[in-house]
Design a protein around this ligand. Structure first.
Ligand SMILES: [Ca+2]
Ligand SMILES: [Ca+2]
Ligand SMILES: [Ca+2]
Length: 133
């Protein structure tokens, strides 16, 4: 599960040929009851898991440093100071430099509504986009 979590969070630059397989893996990991769609509960579960994985200090909030450490793909150069990742800035609604579980869940809910194109409360396979949830 550790590897899958890393794949889910890292947004690793997979070779184009592996793209479809990676999509399938993430979808299957999210669709816990295997009914072919991701409902709000399943999406929230994913976000909670993501929070627990990112909050390496286990202090209830994620700093930009923790976020970077958990999502670093190892391909970046160490020449430049790492930028605060955009998803982190998006999630940090009160801009206090730390992302709480509530903030991460709020982003997840917004993403869910975005992806649920037909508004039926489920992300189906054709609505799903990897690394967007
Ligand atoms: Ca499901
Ligand atoms: Ca915050
Ligand atoms: Ca839908």
């Amino acid at each position: 599960m550790r590897l899958i979590a890393a794949l889910l969070i890292g947004g690793l630059a997979a070779p184009a040929l592996a793209q479809t397989a990676a999509d399938d893996i993430q979808f299957l990991a999210l669709d816990r009851n295997l009914d072919g769609g991701i409902d709000r509960g399943e999406a929230a579960h994913f976000r909670k898991r993501m929070f627990q994985t990112l909050d390496t200090g286990k202090d209830g909030s994620i700093t930009a440093r923790e976020w970077l450490a958990a999502t670093a793909s190892g391909t970046g150069t160490s020449q430049t100071a790492p930028e605060t990742p955009r998803p982190f800035l998006e999630a940090d609604a009160d801009e206090n430099g730390a992302v709480t579980e509530q903030e991460l869940l709020a982003v997840g809910r917004a993403r869910f509504e975005e992806l649920d194109a037909d508004g039926n409360g489920r992300i189906d396979k054709n609505e799903f986009q990897r690394d967007r949830l």
